[in-house]
Design a protein around this ligand. Structure first.
Ligand code: ATP
Ligand code: ATP
Ligand code: MG
Ligand code: MG
Ligand code: MG
Length: 268
């Protein structure tokens, strides 16, 4: 760009470079999706098609941004884990979060049209997402971050499943259902579901209970070799040998250690 006498205004700009060699997690969350889901008549408590839309948007993020190695999402949110040594946009925070928010919003709209063609989006209620980036210094923090989101998914889903059973099957008003659930523990909600509505919570679709996980997976990763010498240096050497990566979808438990120990490369 040509220099001009006005160029100096650029020096007022601020930049925040995210800490190098640390794990970046970027979370996007839908703006006002409580109203958005009402407006487009989402099935309650879980609209499967809407979840397919957000899931495909998340997968597309991974297709276009190879630095994303894992994504976890439920409801109207998705978290993306970037490789520890990634240099996407030189780790500039504002560039990262604004790009994630706008790319995600654009993909969501694209896949909405694919999955829900019968409900064209209205100009006054278009899907929009915000984004934030958080930097975690070690692997334990990263695992706990994803555990935190999955526990949140579980708590919300159990609440919403019970709440909407009381309303849709039990004939309560939303106020009555809310009052009925005040002070109840998980066990109480499970009991309401089972005794009043014959629903065994365990049998509910894992996508609703556990959310959706995408992993850039190395199927040819020599896990047994790594376990003989589980050091970072060895992991790095082994990673040079793995060739094939695919993006795989799961609805599994990410709270237990086994999810992470089977895939040490996620935290490299
Ligand atoms: P970055 O992602 O870093 O912003 P960029 O390729 O978007 O990279 P910009 O400096 O933003 O780089 O430049 C945008 C470019 O897009 C312009 O240089 C021009 O080539 C092209 N462009 C944008 N709008 C138009 C338009 N209406 N007609 C023709 N070309 C356009
Ligand atoms: P904010 O703009 O602060 O994020 P919000 O209304 O989006 O406000 P959230 O806490 O993000 O609030 O909650 C999202 C809400 O969207 C959920 O509580 C739920 O009601 C609704 N929702 C999102 N996805 C689905 C879905 N697939 N099926 C049914 N409801 C959904
Ligand atoms: Mg939201
Ligand atoms: Mg949300
Ligand atoms: Mg540009």
């Amino acid at each position: 760009m040509a220099n001009s006498r006005y160029e100096y205004v650029r020096s007022f700009e601020r930049e925040n470079i995210l800490l190098p060699q640390s794990h970046i997690v970027i979370r996007v969350d839908g703006r006002g999706f409580h109203k958005f889901s009402d407006h487009y008549d989402f099935e309650k408590p879980n609209d499967e098609k809407a979840l397919q839309v957000i899931n495909e948007a998340a997968k597309q993020m991974m297709v276009t941004m190879p630095d994303i190695i894992m994504a976890y999402g439920d409801s109207d949110e998705y978290s993306f884990l970037l490789r520890k040594d990634c240099d996407l946009f030189e780790r500039r925070e504002f560039k990262l979060i604004t790009t994630f928010a706008s790319a995600f919003s654009a993909y969501y709209q694209h896949f909405w049209t694919k999955w829900i063609p019968g409900k064209p989006l209205d100009l006054e209620r278009l899907p929009m997402f915000d984004a934030r980036a958080v930097v975690y210094p070690n692997a334990e923090n990263v695992m706990d971050y994803f555990r935190w989101r999955q526990v949140d998914c579980h708590i919300n889903n159990l609440y919403n499943t019970t709440f909407w059973s009381l309303v849709l099957k039990g004939g309560m008003t939303t106020n009555e259902a809310e009052n009925r659930l005040i002070g109840t523990l998980s066990a109480d909600k499970n009991e309401i579901l089972f005794k009043d509505f014959g629903i065994n919570y365990n049998n509910i679709h894992d996508m609703y209970k556990k959310g959706t996980i995408y992993i850039r997976e190395y199927t040819d990763f020599p896990l047994s070799k790594y376990l003989e010498d589980p050091t970072e240096a060895h992991l790095k050497r082994l990673m040079k040998r793995v060739k094939k990566s695919t993006i795989e979808q799961y609805h599994c438990d990410i709270i237990k250690d086994s999810f992470w120990t089977q895939r040490p490369y996620l935290l490299l």
